[in-house]
Design a protein around this ligand. Sequence first.
Ligand SMILES: C[S@@+](CC[C@H](N)C(=O)[O-])C[C@H]1O[C@@H](n2cnc3c(N)ncnc32)[C@H](O)[C@@H]1O
Length: 205
Amino acid sequence: MGVYGEHVLPRIINAGCNMKSNRPQRQRVCDGLAGDVVEIGFGSGLNVPFYPASVTHVAAVEPADVGWKLAGKRIAQSSVPIERSGLDGQALPFPDDRFDAALSTWTMCTIPDIDAALGELRRVLKPGGTLHFVEHGLAPDEGVCRWQHRVEPVQKRLFGGCHLTRPIADTLTRAGFTITELDTYYDDGAPKIFGAMSLGIAQSP
Ligand SMILES: C[S@@+](CC[C@H](N)C(=O)[O-])C[C@H]1O[C@@H](n2cnc3c(N)ncnc32)[C@H](O)[C@@H]1O
């Protein structure tokens, strides 16, 4: 991965994803989580302060060692037991039907094979289990989309493979999830090409 990907990028993500405008979104997406939860792309644990008391355990899946290290203080302060349990959302080391819920925040843009990762989430979620998500992706406006396609190659290089043009709701539906709640909006804190958000809940069959 190199020094940039291993050491610099996780620190940039820790700072960039900790923007004030993200916090209400983290609060919303974590609302209603309960039981045994798998979080893919755990990063530096920025969702940890928002886990509701109904969460009994979190299995964190995160490839970046530096991200996990930066999460240390948040994990230590949490009353929820959190374990780093996997490194790759595309190949989860868990049995079928294990989890009550899953969480993904600004991660579906980065996982190289997102269909494989969603297939894995479906496999490890109990029937009826829910995936709570907030993700940036393809904008609803054509003019913005055009710019997203132009900027995406640079974005991918600078930010560890982060895509700007993934159609989040369609990707979840194609993976067999049923979207039960969805809010799409532009984040006030970001230019539209980076800030076309989808926040909601998708249910595994
Ligand atoms: C933009 S960051 C978001 C981090 C965190 N979810 C947050 O909201 O602050 C994307 C995260 O996905 C992680 N990631 C990249 N490839 C992954 C993979 N194959 N499986 C799981 N996580 C991955 C990155 O290391 C990074 O921590």
